[in-house]
Unconditional design. Structure first.
Length: 411
């Protein structure tokens, strides 16, 4: 019997296996941004989007087809090698061939150009998934049954307690400096779940907000504050409609002459959103800036991934910078600028934060008096009393005191 038909069939199976392996690598290596871009590429893009909407189903179908192809391939290898004088060498060559041409080569090529490959294989993979769809529920049931049979007592681990993490850090290193830094990072990570967006944001007054046309001359004076340009809608004279942002520090040389191509969409979050939630949304949408708005929908500041990570990984000096703004004048007498963090003041005074709180001490006085703070304004903070004692071009100065032993500052 001629071996050529079987060898031809083996070649076809190698190509088919490579198609499924490359498709798997390309489809599952697409980033969120690539998936959104593919969705706008006509019918082929929509086909890929529908496939990735059910990743478990897609992966099960690809693995099933690859298994079926490989079993058929090695069946043919066994049949052909039975008539050869050295079947072991032939089998080894066939094994290395399918590993290289059906696994290594197609997957390496696919991850280099995943978007292009995904668009090319979308329709074939849809057909392949459709053919095996009737048996996929059985495959899923078999996997679950096997899992319960082999690991009948398997249970998810409980959530890790904060004390467990601290203990792991202590046992993980003997370096005192490294241990202190890791504790600071842990403290900052925990605080991310408590700190609000308005406490870490860069105020609007310190942002560089521009409107189209976006020209290179905007960068003539160097990098903007925070390294970002914020692009506002030119049709909105109030400047409250933000179209996107440009990460100037990340621009490639060829993008400097084409700023519109570097505009990235922004996330809008309320001032009361927790930093941890903001970071999760930024990471999920693969963008770098969140615009912070107040209860009236007005832009009050912006927060970037850099700001959040800097807050987590900051040194001790940086973490204590807000507390350093607070100067103790007497036993229970303190002075600070109005821009001082209310959280930092509460920590210094060893008091609890009010439930309806603001980001800054000046904001707390403004909320209490329902007007812009000015000299002489007074507001309570727990058992302390806050007084605006001075106004200048840089803002306001506030003093706090407690009890009869503290000298009340003159207004």
């Amino acid at each position: 019997m001629s071996k050529w038909p079987m060898l031809a069939a083996m070649l076809v199976l190698i190509v088919a296996s490579g198609l499924f392996s490359g498709s798997e690598a390309a489809l599952f290596s697409l980033k969120e941004r690539d998936r959104k871009r593919i969705g706008r590429n006509g019918a082929a893009g929509r086909v890929v989007t529908l496939l990735l909407a059910e990743p478990d189903r897609l992966l099960a179908a690809i693995l099933f087809w690859n298994l079926l192809i490989n079993m058929t391939y090695f069946t043919l290898v066994a049949i052909v090698s039975a008539d050869l004088s050295r079947p072991g060498i032939f089998t080894l060559v066939c094994l290395l061939t399918i590993i290289f041409f059906s696994e290594m080569l197609p997957k390496s090529f696919a991850v280099m150009t995943p978007t292009r490959i995904a668009l090319m294989v979308g329709v074939p993979m849809t057909i392949a998934v459709g053919i095996v769809s009737p048996i996929l529920p059985f495959v899923k049931w078999a996997n679950e049954a096997a899992g319960r049979l082999l690991w009948p007592t398997f249970e998810p681990e409980p959530e890790i307690e904060l004390t467990d993490i601290e203990r792991a850090i202590e046992l993980g290193t003997d370096d005192a400096t490294l241990l202190r830094r890791e504790r600071l990072a842990l403290r900052s990570l925990v605080m991310m779940a408590e700190i609000q967006a308005d406490e870490m944001m860069r105020p609007r007054s310190k942002l560089m907000i521009v409107s189209p046309p976006l020209e290179t001359s905007l960068l003539a004076e160097g990098s903007p504050p925070g390294g970002y340009l914020i692009v506002a809608d030119p049709e909105d004279p109030s400047g409250q409609s933000i179209l996107g942002s440009i990460a100037v520090r990340l621009l490639r040389p060829q993008q400097i002459d084409d700023l519109p191509s570097a505009v990235e969409k922004v996330l809008h979050v309320p001032w009361s959103a927790k930093i941890a939630q903001v970071y999760d949304q930024l990471d999920e949408q693969d963008i770098t800036m969140a615009v912070v708005v107040n209860e009236f929908g007005e832009v009050v500041g912006a927060l970037t991934v850099d700001d959040i990570l800097r807050g987590v990984l900051a040194s001790t000096d940086q973490l204590d910078a807000a507390e350093d703004q607070i100067k103790q004048l007497g036993g229970k007498h303190y002075r600070m600028p109005g821009s001082t963090s209310l959280r930092a003041l509460a920590k210094t005074l060893e008091i609890d934060l009010p439930e309806e709180r603001t980001a800054t001490v000046g904001g707390h006085i403004q909320r209490h008096n329902e007007r812009v703070p000015r000299a002489g304004d007074v507001a309570p903070l727990a058992e302390y009393e806050l007084v605006v004692t001075e106004e200048d071009e840089d803002g306001i100065w506030i003093e706090a005191w407690l009890g009869p032993d503290s000298e009340r500052p003159s207004s």
